[in-house]
Ligand binder design. Structure first.
Ligand code: ADP
Ligand code: MG
Length: 486
């Protein structure tokens, strides 16, 4: 759907996201069945998960703690008492015939997620609520050509649902919001954030309105996006579709639509009129659970550093660029490794450069995570100190010392002296070597002297060979220029 810029600019989009995150607990939400992705189908299924008569659910306290963590991270109010509700509906992958959820009393209310808007400015996206519930089983349509197969391992897996206010104004903001939410749940270690495997899922509510209108348009809910990028695509399509409909004098129907990743389009799934009546009522089998302030405080005391706080620290206190800080905080493991390096050195910029440069390249090349990286943060700090002391050049450190540290034990300095890499800062000996290079390469020397500046590279190469890489390139090139006219 191609809209002219003129028409597109008449409207603004209103977007609210509902994100389901599977909690990384060992057992399920209301039973001690194992919570594990990828087990053989229907092996983690007890009579409690199946809802057999006479069985009783039991609340997994870890789910509550994880929801509280997310609530603290987003600055939500945390309810003192947890009440649960039954949401009734009939579907083959829901063996109990109802889902135990929270209806009018979510564990978290209010709060926000800090994102970047389209111009890169900070923007707060308000949260309506976060509540706890359980997942349904999985219907599998693509294995047996005649039947739908059902795997109930997922039934009863704990979820939190994070519902945003309709504060998101573009598909790019939605992308940024989801990226932040995923980063948060990963930092908190409460969800692996894997959208492809469905451990993080997002429904997007989208409406459009004329820029000067005062009332929201009718919202449409879009489902089935298995990546953050696809959420963005689905929203972009939906915005255009709705604007085109309004422009054509048609009505936007309140409905649920399905996103097709191949076509990039959404199609109608069910209308609001066909929406189910879930007949919510208080869950009679679970008592309300009290969450004391002390308990919330104890969780707060054990929170890991959060990406936004680290970003602020790196830009405001350590003087790193936004770009560096962004990359350093993208992954918690990288951020923690950086934290570890700067425990041992104050050269923050060098620490960032090493981590984002040589270290990251090595990790990419070997396809390993920083947890498997053989050089400790303290040794990287040693390496930086050795360079700063002038004992080895950056070049030598990157080309010889760093690779050696990957396989050899000991401090950077030990390895450098063992290999005789400690730099000759002695100007006289470098000067002697430069003179020798001139003598051994008379024609290059003459041409360089006559002004053929590009021969500097050649002369430097010869000098490096002679000094076995120990000459500091910066001061050496200065010396070459000085000595050429001797
Ligand atoms: P429902 O009762 O249909 O579930 P809610 O009011 O609970 O609707 O909102 C669900 C989600 O839809 C929330 O994320 C909310 O921010 C978003 N939302 C509400 N109204 C609109 C709208 N007019 N346009 C886009 N999103 C909306
Ligand atoms: Mg709702």
């Amino acid at each position: 759907m191609e809209l002219s810029k003129e028409i597109r600019d008449k409207y603004k989009a209103v977007i609210g996201l509902e994100v389901h995150a599977q909690m990384l607990t060992k057992s399920k939400a209301y039973s001690d069945d194992i919570n594990e992705y990828g087990s053989a189908p229907n092996t983690n299924v007890s009579v409690i998960t199946l809802g057999h008569p006479g069985t009783l659910p039991k609340m997994n306290k870890k789910t509550i703690d994880y929801a509280i963590k997310m609530g603290i991270a987003c600055g939500c109010d945390i309810a003192e008492e947890q009440h649960f509700a039954r949401k009734n509906y009939f579907y083959p992958d829901l063996p109990k015939g109802y889902q135990i959820t929270q209806d009018t009393t979510p564990i978290c209310t209010g709060g926000s997620v800090l994102i970047k808007d389209e111009s890169g400015n900070e923007k707060l996206i308000g949260l309506t609520r976060i509540h706890m519930e359980e997942d349904a089983g999985k219907s599998i349509h693509d294995i047996d050509p005649f039947n739908t197969l059902i795997d109930l391992n997922r039934a009863g897996v704990p979820l939190i649902e994070i519902v945003s206010e309709p504060d998101i104004e573009s598909s790019q903001e939605a992308y940024n919001y989801l990226t932040e939410v995923r980063k948060l749940v990963r930092y908190l270690d409460i969800c692996d954030g894997n959208m492809e495997e469905g451990s993080l899922r997002c429904d997007a509510n989208v409406s459009v309105m004329l820029k000067d209108a005062t009332e929201f348009g009718t919202k449409v809910e879009v489902k089935n996006m298995n990546s953050i990028r696809n959420v963005q695509r689905a929203i972009e399509f939906e915005i255009s579709r709705q604007i085109a409909a309004v422009e054509a004098g048609e009505k936007v129907y309140q409905e649920t639509r399905n996103f097709n990743a191949l076509s990039g389009e959404t199609t109608a799934m069910r209308t609001k009129e066909a929406a189910m009546d879930y007949r919510y009522f208080p869950e009679p089998d679970l008592q309300p659970i009290k969450v004391t302030q002390e308990h919330v405080d104890s969780i707060a005391a054990e929170m890991p550093p959060l990406p936004n706080a680290l970003f602020k620290k790196y830009t405001k206190e350590l003087g790193l660029s936004d770009y560096d800080a962004q990359i350093l905080t993208d992954l918690k493991e990288i951020a923690l490794y950086f934290e570890d390096i700067i425990e041992h050195t104050n050269n923050y910029k060098a620490a960032a450069n090493w981590l984002m440069g040589d270290v990251k390249s090595y990790l990419n090349e070997k396809a390993i995570s920083i947890k498997e990286f053989p050089i400790s943060a303290e040794r990287i700090a040693d390496l930086i100190k050795l360079i700063d002391s002038g004992k080895v050049s950056n070049n030598l450190a990157s080309q010889k010392l760093f690779p050696a540290m990957l396989t050899e034990e000991g401090t950077a300095e030990d390895i450098a002296s063992k290999n005789d890499w400690i730099q000759d800062s002695n100007e006289d000996s470098i000067k002697d070597m430069i003179r020798a290079v001139f003598q051994e390469n008379p024609s290059e020397y003459e041409r360089f002297k006559a002004g053929e500046k590009k021969l500097m590279g050649f002369l430097m190469g010869q000098l490096m060979k002679k000094s076995q890489g120990k000459a500091d390139p910066k001061s050496a090139s200065k010396l070459i220029n000085e000595l050429v006219d001797e």
